[in-house]
Unconditional design. Structure first.
Length: 341
């Protein structure tokens, strides 16, 4: 069985007569039932309570007929388990409790017991896997080491990730030590997710696109390659490196089975240039979800038409869902993909 067949089998989408459909992260925020739960519990409480994580993971699937669920957690649980907690300040974005500034800060991070510290994610995956049944796939995930490092070095959200880019150029030894710790922690964590029932693993290299082309390999790709290697052939891997679709060879060299593609690329052009065994995932502009069902149907059909005849397309948004997403728009998306002939 080749990698593509395994991928489709893992997604429980074979045989396919239309692209499988799943939707990217943070789907919950546009749902009244998620917002209601958030009145009672904080993000951390939901994520750390397997029964609540199960509930919010299933919420979008109860409304929308999709082929896969994505476990409710966050990429930032890895810095937290390493000893650098995070929070969501009132004004939006992410705030880490401190920023990584020195060798001492890196030394203080501990890769011991990552799976024990994050066992609640494994428990949530087991509950979700049991609830999903055989028809729908379960996607586990992690941030790419580079993307996590940006939050850790910057001490939270930042526009251009300047401190992280600076550290990469000025102190490669320290940068590599930090990225090695993150990668080691992720390798254990992702394996735990697979053991707990994840059918595929997605790496979110959300901030790959802030890197200079000559830095991309050493700052991000090499670490993702280590993780894809560590995952091996157990389950398919999806690498989403936002705005880096032009770096096809580098992305293919990670060994990923699927490349997530943002909305600024023409999906068929990306697919055309990839080896046959590499599938693409994408790539509707997420702002369409804030507009009208008619616009969603029209633009979704354009992508489906463009991809007609290509094997290996998972329909998805080009990035995450905004809280402004309209339920009618999601319904139009699902209906358009499901009824496409
Ligand atoms: O659909 C899902 O809910 C799946 C779980 C999921 C979350 N985060 C939950 C979450 C996934 C897959 C993520 C990935 C994630 N988290 C990424 C990579 C994907 C991407 O967008 O590129 C990144 C960069 C993060 C870090 C993060 N977490 C950000 C930037 C934010 C938004 C902070 C803000 O400005 O509000 C979060 C919060 C977050 N993670 C929410 C959810 C459901 C929103 C929490 C809420 O407001 O209720």
């Amino acid at each position: 069985m080749n990698r593509r067949q395994r991928f489709l089998r893992a997604c429980r989408c074979e045989p396919v007569d239309r692209p499988p459909l799943w939707v990217m992260r943070q789907a919950g925020r546009h749902l009244p039932e998620y917002r209601a739960l958030k009145e009672q519990y904080s993000f951390h409480e939901i994520a750390q309570t397997p029964e609540l994580a199960l509930e919010v993971t299933m919420q979008p699937l109860r409304r929308y007929d999709m082929d896969a669920a994505i476990v409710f957690t966050d990429i930032l649980v890895i810095p937290e388990a390493l000893g650098q907690p995070y929070g969501f300040p009132k004004g939006g974005g992410i705030e880490m409790d401190f920023a990584i500034e020195s060798a001492d800060d890196v030394d203080r991070l501990s890769t011991d017991g990552i799976c024990e510290k994050l066992s609640y994610v494994g428990q949530a995956l087991e509950l979700i896997r049991a609830e999903l049944g055989e028809e729908r796939a379960l996607i586990g995930f992690g941030g790419s080491p580079w993307t996590l490092a940006t939050y850790m070095i910057e001490g939270g959200s930042s526009k251009h990730k300047e401190r992280a880019r600076e550290l990469f150029y000025t102190d490669r030894q320290l940068f590599d030590r930090l990225l090695t710790k993150i990668t080691d922690a992720l390798a254990d964590y992702l394996q735990m997710q697979i053991d707990a029932g994840a059918d595929a693993i997605q790496l979110f290299d959300s901030w790959g696109g802030v890197l200079a082309p000559d830095a991309f390999e050493d700052a991000s790709v090499v670490w993702m390659r280590k993780l894809v290697d560590a995952i091996g052939d157990d389950v398919p891997t999806i690498v989403f490196s936002k705005d880096m679709h032009e770096h096809r060879d580098a992305l293919v060299s990670t060994g990923a089975d699927v490349l997530g593609v943002g909305w600024t690329a023409r999906l068929a052009d990306v697919k055309e240039q990839l080896p046959d065994h590499v599938a693409v995932q994408g790539n509707l502009d997420p702002v369409l979800m804030n507009t009208t069902p008619e616009l969603v149907a029209r633009e979704t059909t354009k992508i489906l038409e463009q991809m007609r005849g290509y094997d290996g397309h998972v329909f998805n948004l080009g990035h995450g869902i905004s809280p402004r997403c309209r339920i009618e728009c999601m319904e139009a998306l699902v209906e358009t993909v499901s009824n496409f002939k």
